[in-house]
Design a binder for this molecule. Structure first.
Ligand code: ZN
Length: 362
């Protein structure tokens, strides 16, 4: 229900909830959030008698307080969500459990924005299953949902039974309470590097089953063998990612550098254009991460610069596969705790202003 997440977000601070047309309540404790506003209208005596339950008063039994009558046809107005610009944006967006019923629009940039008019990817399709349903992150811009359905439909053609789909975005996008810096504007999707089984997974299985890493071993060891494990990685994985990248809507696909290397070796064809979109990045060995370009009509959606020209299989990748990015230069001494830099969460004020409209929308 919409009311729930609004109350949840409001209760972060003693909140002032304005109820249009009725009265004003200042709520200072979360428990009061459930109070339904009652209009300041004196009930007539007829209403009082009609609404008062006939109670036999038995000695010693407490008599329930008289209920105030609510005029017929009265509908409690929705409390308005009060937004504090200096508050962490993730608290608001993480509490929004339904989409903003506005025209679909990806607003801002992939790691600093939000989503209007989000569409849900159904938990089940003929050739896909959405995972980790409890996270409620299977929302996206309609173009992302359409893209995923198309990719899922084509998966069996490349020999992949179907997709296991991981996180897309929250119903209204925005920063999340856990994980992911991006996935904020409904144009990012994680697809597991594990084939969909031939049966429907139960809700519990979708929480518990883990994805499969393609790595041969740890990468942060000097001289590590930074290649995919050929007991897990197959040409079918490669064909699926090639199909995923060969779509005009896709801007980039993030994979582990070991996977990028495997894809560079896999493509024997002259047409290597799709490889340009495959970008080596940290992690991403359990899933690949598809990022779409800003859809037409998404005013205020910011594309990234296109990847550098070429297939990206040369020097840049050699660097990624060397010790340089992986092996720490000054490892913490024995008994010393590694330094943890705590980042301040992004404040609501850092997001485009339209994201407040997204939060406030029905
Ligand atoms: Zn991702």
């Amino acid at each position: 229900m919409v009311m729930d997440w609004r109350s949840a977000a409001s209760n972060l601070k003693p909140a002032l909830i304005a109820c249009a047309g009725a009265a004003f309540f200042v709520l200072s404790t979360p428990s009061l959030a459930a109070v339904v506003p009652v209009p300041a209208v004196k009930p007539t005596s007829a209403e009082q008698t009609d609404d008062t339950p006939s109670l036999k008063v038995i000695a010693g039994t407490p008599v329930p307080a008289r209920k105030r009558a609510v005029p017929e046809g009265y509908v409690a107005s929705k409390p308005e969500l009060v937004l504090y610009p200096d508050f962490p944006a993730k608290n608001y967006f993480g509490a929004a459990n339904g989409p903003a019923s506005l025209k679909a629009r990806a607003i801002g940039s992939y790691a600093k924005g939000c989503l209007a008019g989000g569409t849900v990817l159904p938990a089940d399709g003929p050739t896909w299953q959405a995972m980790r349903l409890s996270r409620n992150r299977n929302w996206g811009h309609p173009e992302l949902i359409a893209y995923l359905k198309d990719l899922a439909a084509d998966a069996p053609k490349v020999g992949w039974n179907g997709l296991l789909v991981g996180d897309l975005a929250q119903p209204r996008g925005g920063p999340m309470l856990s994980g992911h810096a991006s996935h904020q504007i409904g144009l990012d999707a994680d697809i597991w590097l594990r084939e969909m089984p031939n049966r429907r997974l139960s809700t519990e299985e979708r929480e518990q089953i883990s994805a499969i890493s393609m790595l041969k071993g740890p990468l942060d060891v000097k001289g590590a063998d930074r290649r995919v494990d050929l007991n897990k990685w197959t040409d079918v994985h490669a064909r699926l990612i090639r199909r995923a990248a060969s779509d005009k809507r896709v801007a980039r696909i993030f994979v582990n550098p070991t996977i990028k290397k495997a894809l560079c070796e896999f493509e024997k064809d002259q047409n290597r254009a799709w490889l340009r979109k495959i970008r080596p990045w940290w992690g991403h060995h359990y899933h690949f991460h598809v990022r779409l370009s800003c859809p037409a009509g998404s005013v205020g959606c910011k594309n990234q610069n296109p990847p550098p020209p070429g297939d990206g299989c040369g020097e840049h990748l050699t660097y990624w596969l060397s010790d340089e990015p992986w092996v720490p230069k000054n490892p913490p001494k024995k008994g010393e705790k590694p330094k943890v830099v705590k980042k301040r969460p992004m404040a609501l004020a850092a997001l485009p202003r339209d994201c407040r409209t997204v939060l406030k929308a029905n």
